[in-house]
Design a protein around this ligand. Structure first.
Ligand code: WTA
Length: 654
């Protein structure tokens, strides 16, 4: 961390906004001033830009650490994303420009999307889904994913989207945690030319999910209806999406929701083995995502906005679906991999669809850099006018490459820091106002308040410390599904006696201009290619294998993924260790959690470094995995263990 700090401290490049961009920008310096003068008024003004059925009576009820926003107000998220536009001038404008990996395409106007969502909402109601019921969505990146989310919102059902790359076991855990009634999935999806058998995965998950009453299956493979290989339909439980849609009426009366009614649950990794169901509500969430989409991405009517994130992650929820649609934007949506069929797929899409705003992740940018400048150079990217980055710290080198090779040294870059829990962007430049520095997310947005504290809660003006959000904001999580104590403990107990301070789990540095440089997680959560994975989740998976006695998992730096997973494993029977078992364990974890959690390295070791009280010293394991000099070993029960581990790790014989 110190090394990283020093490099960042020496970053001297500055990129002030161009006068042309600034002249037309949505946000102005007055936006900061307004928010500073009266924060609640600022958020109330943003909320008033939405369509409400009943106005709220109270902007904020803050009983730390529990907040309620816009109480007394009622609205419907799907009405805000669809009806408003379908009724007016945007009726015939494209809402979604979709491209499947194999090359199939669809353009869906606001009017069509409004109708499709109405039908899907009626179809769900016909299956018995009611206000407050949970619906799981396990789909590829196809328009039906957005339609399903909005259909749930229309009837007040709570959606819980599960990333299509997660394993059957991860899916069933998430279904069971919130007792989901209906699952929406597809026969299959495409990824890098492979067919992902989502329905088959679902069937495996459904063996252990007693709460599921119905399964709706979108037909992704042409003519696969009746294709037993991908979708074996169980009579009475399983229904084809297109059949339900055929019979459903187009028009669906929306539920009137309270501002604080739950809109969705989204699971994310924490420091224990069990993912947390992050709860977001309707009025505050929608206010936050709508306002930030317009401010941060400077959204205009003529834009084509492409957020490349999967709808399985919060970025897809907030900046592919709710934020852009609430603003009546035209969104690009792409199903597949960036290197399929060629490494220029993204640039081909940008050129053909005239994408003007691109929002992607550092791990992707680093991959593009490695593939070579020639891929973007083959395409006309001159329509692009703004670039965004999210998910992990972006290294200055990748930032500069993005600016030059994708942005033509012309487009501002917004490095946006936020989390599943914050719902919307919190720290980010505003294009047209902020002078950017490569690698810095700059400052808190208007209406937000971020600070840097030491572990005792003392403010750090300049230097490294713990990031804290010091004021409540509309889009923040309200609780963890079914576990409010964990909500309080995880996010609001870092600084004793200060239940008003939110701790995001990230370390950061602040420079003398007051700019934040996010350094990454300070807890036992890894960030692998922008995906949050708890070390405990991987450890729990490993010890479920019959050959494993004990496991410790740490992150190590990785050129493309940011972090990779290294696992130290003690076997029940040492004589069983072999390269084949190592591969088997990697596969075992991938099967249990999903391919995103597959460890890069597994080292077998007779012992793990432990303190005399038996605590595994992960700090030392990280030193070993990173190939660094070992830190303090004096508190170890047996100091010899680490030295021998390091020697083994270095020749990777295990
Ligand atoms: C990290 C994704 C540095 C951070 C929206 C955070 C970032 C976690 C940035 C949340 C950024 C996200 N710079 N780090 N611009 N954006 N992170 O919940 O560690 O999947 O806590 O939300 O990603 O990941 P999550």
């Amino acid at each position: 961390m110190t090394e990283q700090l020093d490099t960042l401290l020496n970053e001297a490049r500055r990129f002030p906004p161009s006068p042309e961009f600034a002249a037309r920008a949505q946000a102005t310096a007055a936006t900061y001033a307004e928010a500073r003068a009266d924060r609640l008024r600022f958020w109330a003004d943003r909320a008033a830009e939405l369509e409400w059925s009943t106005p709220w009576h109270t902007v904020l009820e803050w009983d730390p650490p529990h907040a309620k926003w816009f109480t007394g107000g009622t609205l419907n998220a799907s009405v805000n994303c669809l009806d408003r536009h379908a009724r007016g001038a945007k009726r015939n404008q494209a809402a979604l420009l979709w491209e499947g990996e194999p090359g199939d395409r669809r353009v869906i106007t606001y009017w069509e999307l409004f109708r499709e969502v109405g039908r899907a909402a009626n179809a769900l109601r016909a299956l018995g889904v009611q206000r407050g019921d949970r619906v799981a969505i396990y789909l590829p990146m196809i328009p039906e994913a957005a339609i399903a989310m909005l259909a749930c919102a229309r009837i007040g059902a709570i959606h819980s989207v599960v990333f299509g790359g997660f394993s059957p076991e991860s899916l069933s855990d998430r279904i069971n945690d919130s007792k989901v009634k209906v699952l929406i999935t597809a026969d299959a999806g495409y990824r890098r030319g492979q067919v992902i058998p989502l329905k088959r995965n679902s069937d495996k998950a459904l063996e252990t999910t007693p709460s599921i009453e119905h399964v709706v299956v979108v037909q992704r493979r042409p003519g696969s209806s009746g294709d037993e290989a991908f979708a074996e339909m169980r009579e009475g439980r399983d229904h084809w999406w297109h059949r339900l849609m055929q019979d459903a009426p187009l028009s669906c009366e929306p539920e009137t929701m309270d501002a604080e009614d739950v809109l969705f649950i989204l699971y994310t990794s924490g420091t224990t083995g069990k993912p947390k169901g992050i709860v977001h509500t309707t009025g505050g969430y929608l206010t936050g995502v709508a306002a930030t989409t317009r401010m941060v991405f400077d959204l205009k009517d003529e834009d084509v906005f492409w957020c490349t994130a999967d709808i399985g992650w919060v970025t897809g929820h907030s900046y592919l679906v709710y934020g852009p649609l609430a603003n009546g934007a035209t969104c690009m949506m792409y199903e597949g991999a960036p290197d399929w069929p060629e490494k220029d797929r993204f640039w081909d899409i940008c050129e053909r669809h005239g994408v003007t705003i691109l929002y992607t992740a550092p791990t992707a940018i680093r991959a593009f850099m490695k593939w070579g400048d020639e891929y973007p150079a083959k395409h006309d990217l001159s329509r692009l006018r703004l670039l965004g980055s999210v998910g992990e710290p972006i290294n200055p080198e990748a930032w500069m490459w993005y600016r030059e090779h994708i942005g033509g040294n012309r487009c501002p870059i917004v490095d946006t820091w936020w989390q599943t829990e914050t719902g919307a962007i919190v720290i980010s430049p505003l294009p047209g106002i902020t002078s950017t520095k490569p690698g810095s997310a700059t400052k808190a947005l208007p209406g937000h308040s971020a600070d840097l504290l030491d572990s005792l809660g003392k403010r750090i003006d300049v230097g490294g410390g713990l990031l804290a959000l010091t004021k409540p904001f509309p889009s923040m999580l309200r609780t963890i599904w079914g576990d409010d104590a964990r909500y309080v403990e995880t996010y609001f107990s870092k600084w004793p006696g200060r239940p008003d301070l939110y701790f995001p789990g990230d370390g950061a540095k602040r420079d003398s201009d007051g700019y934040f440089w996010i350094l990454g997680r300070v807890d036992d959560v890894l960030n692998v290619a922008g995906h949050r994975i708890g070390t405990m989740e991987v450890e729990s998976a490993l010890v479920e294998h019959p050959a494993v006695a004990e496991a410790a998992v740490v992150g190590k730096s990785h050129e493309l993924k940011g972090q990779a997973i290294a696992a130290f494993v003690t076997l029940r029977d040492k004589s069983k260790q072999s390269p084949a078992l190592r591969d088997e364990l990697k596969e075992f974890v991938a099967k249990k959690i999903g391919a995103l959690a597959r460890p890069d390295d597994i080292l077998f070791s007779a012992d793990l470094p432990k303190t005399r009280s038996g605590k595994i010293m992960r700090r030392l394991l990280r030193d070993i995995a990173e190939g660094r000099a070992l830190g303090d070993v004096t508190t170890l029960a047996d100091p010899n263990v680490v030295a021998s581990l390091r020697d083994q790790y270095e020749d990777k014989e295990g």
